[in-house]
Design a protein around this ligand. Sequence first.
Ligand SMILES: [Fe+2]
Ligand SMILES: [Fe+2]
Length: 190
Amino acid sequence: MLLWRTKIPEDWLARTLAHLPAVLVDHAHLERKAATSALNLEKYRDLFDRVDELNTIAIEELQHFQLVLQLLRKRGIAFTQAHPSPWISGLMRSVRNGTRQQVIDHLICCSFIEGRSCEKFQMLAEALRTVDPEIASFYGSLVESEGNHYATYILMARAIDDKETTRRMDFYLDYEAELMRHSHTLPILH
Ligand SMILES: [Fe+2]
Ligand SMILES: [Fe+2]
């Protein structure tokens, strides 16, 4: 996994556990948006020959979305509106739209979201192991898949332009650390 330049804020886990139903709703939206992101990446000419892999990711994300929806129903939690994440909007705002390198930025942002999700799902799986084994094993079951998505997006960016990816990764690691330090108190995963 990536060498992040900052840790997830100390209070993140406690805050997330205290608002688990709301976080599950946010998680459902996150999986929905992850499926959409995989499909959106198919618009780039540089990714036309990766369309099958992107479809596979989109299908996996939709399956995750379905799993979270089932969990919500089982627990009587309503699927309600999504809260925008300042961290995700911050990342997406930095994509150099209209440039040849837009695809590199977009792939790096998607990979960071996958990477941080992977890390956070692992933390939740550990923290909930004895308290809520059902959700713990659910989160545990997603870790590998999100980790693979993270790696796939980085490798796709490197296959397009390795040097530019290295250069932008350096920028994005600093930028992500700055966004992460601007903590918020919303009941959302990111
Ligand atoms: Fe997912
Ligand atoms: Fe994913």
